[in-house]
Design a protein around this ligand. Structure first.
Ligand SMILES: [Fe+2]
Length: 147
């Protein structure tokens, strides 16, 4: 089942999810203004979900016989998503998250056929489930921006 190229890409996805997770924590801590109560809570919901996705991806990498990236340095070096070192406005935060989820879902869906080729239905199913859950979150964040 182990396939170096596919496993490396899963590790990149794991790193992207860890960067995404930390960005959500940053926004949860630092969001200000009239939307504070709503977004503080929504960002927490999203980072808990992102942490679960990261854990599931890491454990699939192990099940495939490879080692998951496990340190902050590896995450930063491997991820394609950028960290946010600023404190944007509430609206900018949500817009950044929309853009990140679009990137994550694009990368995830292009990885599915490659994983299927390795005969690993469990990981392909996980990636499908992640995309479905993220599509719902994308819809919520986009609707917030359309207010
Ligand atoms: Fe908190």
């Amino acid at each position: 089942m182990s396939d170096k190229t596919a496993d490396d890409k899963l590790n990149t996805l794991l790193a992207d999810y860890m960067v995404f997770y930390q960005k959500l924590r940053n926004y949860h801590w630092n969001v200000k203004g009239s939307e504070f109560f709503k977004l503080h809570e929504k960002f927490e919901e999203a980072y808990n979900e992102a942490a679960d996705f990261a854990d599931d991806i890491a454990e699939r990498i192990l099940a495939r016989g490879s080692r998951p990236a496990s340190t902050m340095a590896e995450f930063i070096n491997t991820a394609t998503l950028d960290e946010d070192r600023s404190v944007p406005t509430a609206e900018e935060m949500v817009a950044n998250l929309v853009s990140d989820i679009e990137t994550l879902n694009g990368r995830t869906s292009s990885l599915i056929p490659e994983i299927e080729e390795t005969g690993d239905r469990a990981t392909a199913n996980l990636l499908d489930d992640i995309i479905d859950a993220q599509d719902e979150r994308l819809w919520m964040f986009r609707t917030f921006l359309a207010e």
